[in-house]
Ligand binder design. Structure first.
Ligand code: SF4
Ligand code: SF4
Length: 163
């Protein structure tokens, strides 16, 4: 009886090894690979240029990209094209990070969100609107009207004419 009582008292004062999830969440490691995020430039334009290299690199065939042409009156990203449709099927994704490595503009990155649960299969398909960063404060959402000829190349470090 005393042995049992001692065990109870010892565990009562010992610091718990668990946390009260979901009220408490443990920080993830620096190299954690969670749900994807589509990045924007500081001026609000989208980094994704619709090249589909991420889809080609994906071993699980989880990414679908449909590109469309930018114009200066309706511009989503620097360069000629943008992703009109961008979808990732999270049921297929194995979080390998190959898409991130393949992207020439660092548009797709694996973030730290790990809370992915679905009640039906269609809810597992994350669209561009669900994945993309919010528009930076004070910037225009896409599509933007941009000066002619300024955004003809898909280079990441492009000077922002709005600055
Ligand atoms: S993390 Fe891997 S499996 Fe998931 S979408 Fe990217 S390339 Fe495909
Ligand atoms: S996320 Fe990157 S690799 Fe994928 S389509 Fe966009 S620019 Fe190309």
């Amino acid at each position: 009886m005393f042995k049992g009582l001692f065990t109870t008292l010892r565990e009562w004062v010992r610091k718990p090894v668990t946390v009260s999830y979901p009220e408490q969440k443990r920080p993830v490691k620096a190299r954690f690979k969670g749900r994807h995020v589509l990045r924007r430039y500081d001026n609000g334009l989208e980094k994704c240029i619709g090249c589909s290299l991420c889809a080609a690199a994906c071993p699980a065939d989880a990414i679908f990209v449909e590109a469309a042409e930018n114009t200066d009156d309706e511009r989503y990203s620097p360069g000629e094209r943008y992703a009109r449709v961008y979808e990732i099927n999270m049921l297929r994704c194995i979080f390998c990070g190959f898409c991130e490595d393949a992207c020439p503009t660092e548009a797709i990155q694996l973030g730290d969100v790990y809370e992915l649960s679905f009640t039906d299969r269609s809810a597992a398909i994350y669209t561009k609107e669900m994945l993309i960063d919010p528009v930076p404060e004070g910037r225009q959402p896409t599509p933007q009207v941009t000066p002619p000829g300024v955004y003809t190349r898909s280079v990441p470090e492009m000077k922002d004419p709005q600055d």
